[in-house]
Ligand binder design. Structure first.
Ligand code: HEC
Length: 196
């Protein structure tokens, strides 16, 4: 009797484990969701101007051309984290720290940083490295965006619904021969790949 019960229990446990494994299968290959990324509720370029620029120059000008040479991803992240809670006096964590590190990667790679911070009705806006030109691609069609210092903004044309077009919208910034593309389907800020 005991062993029969055990077998039943074992069988049930095996089934439970099997179905749990199915549910926790990696999602990397899952089809991309139709929902776009969430706008970034933080402005890394503005933050840098407020908390870091007095020592490192406007848009990091004082980092110099050699910035990043010999600097690892871990060291960069630690610098940004320590500086934010130290001399910057404005501690960062989570997605805000991620976005500030990303802004630094863009300076190291000498590519224009881009983020998307808001959707207001038919208009979207965000930040871009100063001195950039920005255009918006919607399903392959290209439209110019407005740029004001380190901010870009764009109003969807009449007949194009903003909310349902976000996931096929790509923001493109160009500066000094370098280009950055930000697909709103998956990203609210650029330069998410580690430097090394
Ligand atoms: C009071 C001046 C001051 C402020 C404000 C400041 N820093 Fe720094 N930062 C320094 C100094 C000095 C160094 C070099 C010292 C060292 O190597 O430890 C440095 C080094 C760095 C480096 C490494 C630079 C390199 O060439 O490798 C990074 C990245 C950095 N800071 C980021 C920031 C960020 C982000 C902020 C704003 C949150 C910030 N700093 C605010 C003074 C400052």
């Amino acid at each position: 009797m005991v062993s029969k019960n055990r077998i039943i229990l074992l069988a049930a446990a095996t089934l439970m484990i099997a179905s749990a494994c199915q549910h926790s299968a990696p999602t990397a290959d899952a089809p991309a969701s139709a929902a776009p990324a969430e706008p970034l509720g933080f402005e890394p370029i503005d933050y840098f101007s407020m908390s870091c620029a007095r020592c490192h120059g406007d848009y990091g000008a004082n980092y110099g051309d050699e910035f990043g040479v010999g600097l690892s991803e871990a060291e960069l992240r630690k610098f940004v984290d320590d500086m934010a809670s130290g001399p910057g006096a404005a501690p960062l964590e989570g997605r805000e720290l991620d976005a500030q590190v990303a802004f630094h990667r863009s300076m190291i790679r000498k590519q224009p940083f881009l983020d998307w911070t808001a959707l207001n009705g038919d208009a979207i806006e965000g930040e871009v490295m100063e001195g950039s030109t920005v255009h918006v691609e919607i399903g392959g069609k290209s439209y110019p965006a407005k740029v004001d210092d380190a901010r870009w903004s764009f109003t969807y044309p009449a007949g194009v619904d903003a909310a349902s077009s976000l996931s096929k919208t790509v923001i493109v910034a160009q500066r000094k021969g370098a280009e950055t593309r930000l697909p709103l389907a998956s990203q609210a800020f650029s330069h998410q790949d580690p430097i090394q």
